[in-house]
Write a protein of this length. Structure first.
Length: 138
């Protein structure tokens, strides 16, 4: 069995963003040479997320509005976590959107359903963060 790992780095200039990272993950799969196996992709920071969904701007807008209703950023005084930082809402948004995805690798390709893409969700940007891509298989 072969294994491969790579860290993808992001520095988002805004507080929140959704970034399609599918092509970067596909490049990792190509570099790995693995044709059959599993790919894990996870955010390595507690205020960021990796998830799979459709690459449609209306959906991304709806996610942003929905998440802000569930865990509004302001007023920051509503959260006990806030003290040194003002990012309690980002921790909650990450919990909702998830830490990681696992995708089957079949014939050297990500085995997606219709419209599926991999996204990096940033909820407390303006600093450097990473995503781990780990692939195991043959």
């Amino acid at each position: 069995m072969k294994n491969y790992h790579k860290e993808l780095w992001f520095e988002v200039p805004t507080r929140r963003a959704f970034i399609n990272i599918t092509s970067q993950v596909e490049k990792c799969l190509e570099e790995s040479g693995i044709k059959e196996g599993l790919l894990l992709c996870n955010a390595m920071h507690i205020t960021a997320s990796v998830f799979i969904n459709d690459d449609e701007s209306g959906l991304h807008h709806d996610y942003d509005v929905w998440l802000e209703k569930l865990a509004p950023h302001a007023p920051v005084s509503q959260y006990r976590h806030n003290g040194f930082e003002d990012n309690a809402d980002a921790h909650m948004k990450r919990q909702i959107m998830g830490r990681e995805v696992v995708v089957a690798v079949t014939e050297g390709k990500l085995h997606f359903g219709t419209w599926e893409q991999i996204f990096y969700g940033e909820f407390d940007g303006r600093r450097r963060k990473r995503v781990l891509v780990k692939i195991i298989g043959e």
